[in-house]
Write a protein that binds this ligand. Structure first.
Ligand SMILES: Nc1ncnc2c1ncn2[C@@H]1O[C@H](COP(=O)(O)OP(=O)(O)OP(=O)(O)O)[C@@H](O)[C@H]1O
Length: 307
C-alpha cells in the first residue's frame, strides 16, 4: 500500500515537529518509501490528505492528535463522497488528549503504531457526518471520526483549546471542565432521532459517539462500536460542578450510565436545535467549529481503518 503521512508538527505540544527526524527515520525503516506533508494550520490536514488520495496514495496516516485525525478523516471525502472507498486511514497518535486511540486500547509508543501500519489488517470504519452552523454563521458540513457533542462539553473544549495543554492532556481537561461547569447553565434543546418526533430536553451535554471516549479519558459511551452503523448517544441532564467534584470517577470509569441523569440510545441520525434561542455550541473531535442547529448522520463503513 502506498502510504502518506499527514504530520501536525505542533501536536504533542510541538514535540512531533522537534522529533520528526527521528520519527521519520523509524517510519522509513518500518514501511520503506512513504510520502509526507506538514500541516500549517486549521483544516490543512484535510487538504493534504485529499490531495494525497487523489494522487493515488492508498493509506493516509494522521500523525498528531484527535484534531489532526478529524481533519484527515475529512480529507477522505470530496463533495460528500469518499474519494477512494478502499483507501485506509491510519494513526500515529501524538496528541495531548488521545481519546480516539483509547477506544482501541492503542498505546502512544511509536513501535506499536508502526506494527499496526505494517500489518495488512483493516476493518470497516463508520464516520459521522455533521451539518451545522459554523463560527461565521454559515451552514457547513464536516465529518467526525470519534465523537461530536454539544452543551457543556463544547464550553470545556473552548476552555482547553484557548488555554495551555503544556500541563498535560488530563490536567488541562479537568481544569477546563471545572471552568466550563462554572460558566455553563443547562440548555433546552429539541432532539429528534431517526426522523422521529422532536422532544424537548434540558441538557448538560449530549454526546453522539462513534468511539467511546472524549474529554481526555471520559468514558462517555462505553458500548460504542466504530463499525456497527450506529451512533451511541449519551444525554446528560441536570449535572453541575458539584457532581463533577464529588463523583467524577463515574465519568472516567463509565458507571455514570447508571445515574439518574444519564440516558442512552442508539440511532442513525439525530437532529438538534436550540429550544430557546440561546447559542448551543458544538465540540467535534475536540475542535469547536460552530453551533446548533445540526444534523448528524452515520456513514456506515465509509472508510477502512488500520487496526
Ligand atoms: N503548523 C501548525 N501550527 C499551528 N497549529 C497547527 C499546525 N498544524 C495544525 N495545527 C492545529 O492543530 C490542531 C490539532 O492539533 P492535534 O489534535 O493534532 O494535537 P493536540 O492538540 O496535541 O492533540 P489532541 O487534539 O488529541 O488534544 C488543529 O486545530 C490545527 O489547526
Amino acid at each position: 500500500m502506498k502510504t502518506f503521512l499527514v504530520v501536525n508538527p505542533r501536536s504533542a505540544n510541538g514535540q512531533t515537529g522537534k522529533r520528526w527526524a527521528e520519527i521519520g527515520a523509524q517510519v522509513g525503516k518500518a514501511l520503506g518509501d512513504f510520502g509526507h506533508g506538514f500541516t500549517q494550520g486549521g483544516m490543512d490536514a484535510a487538504r493534504i490528505a485529499r490531495q494525497a488520495l487523489e494522487e493515488g496514495y492508498e493509506c493516509i496516516v494522521a500523525v498528531g492528535g484527535d484534531g489532526t485525525l478529524n481533519e484527515v478523516t475529512n480529507g477522505f471525502f470530496r463533495d460528500g463522497k469518499p474519494i477512494n472507498p478502499k483507501a485506509a486511514l491510519g494513526l500515529i497518535p501524538r496528541g495531548t488528549g488521545g481519546d480516539f486511540r483509547r477506544t482501541f486500547g492503542w498505546e502512544l509508543d511509536l513501535d506499536s503504531s508502526l506494527a499496526r501500519l505494517r500489518s495488512e489488517k483493516t476493518e470497516p470504519f463508520d464516520v459521522g457526518r455533521l451539518d451545522f452552523i459554523n463560527n461565521d454563521g454559515q451552514p457547513e458540513t464536516r465529518y467526525f471520526a470519534n465523537i461530536a457533542s454539544f452543551g457543556v462539553s463544547a464550553v470545556v473544549a473552548r476552555e482547553v483549546n484557548s488555554g495551555s495543554k503544556a500541563l498535560g492532556g488530563n490536567f488541562s481537561f479537568v481544569w477546563g471542565t471545572l471552568k466550563g461547569l462554572v460558566k455553563y447553565t443547562e440548555r433546552k434543546v429539541r432532539l429528534s432521532f431517526d426522523g422521529g418526533p422532536a422532544e424537548t430536553v434540558d441538557i448538560t451535554a449530549v454526546a453522539v459517539a462513534n468511539g467511546r471516549y472524549f474529554g481526555s479519558g471520559m468514558f462517555v459511551a462505553p458500548e460504542a462500536v466504530t463499525h456497527d452503523g450506529l451512533f451511541d448517544v449519551t444525554i446528560w441532564s441536570g449535572y453541575g460542578l458539584s457532581d463533577f467534584l464529588l463523583k467524577s470517577k463515574g465519568v472516567y470509569n463509565g458507571s455514570h450510565v447508571t445515574w439518574k441523569g444519564t440516558r442512552r440510545l442508539r440511532c442513525r441520525t439525530l437532529h438538534a436545535e436550540p429550544a430557546e434561542g440561546e447559542d448551543v455550541f458544538l465540540d467535534v473531535d475536540g475542535e469547536t467549529p460552530g453551533r446548533l442547529p445540526c444534523t448528524m448522520t452515520i456513514v456506515p463503513g465509509a472508510i477502512r481503518l488500520k487496526v
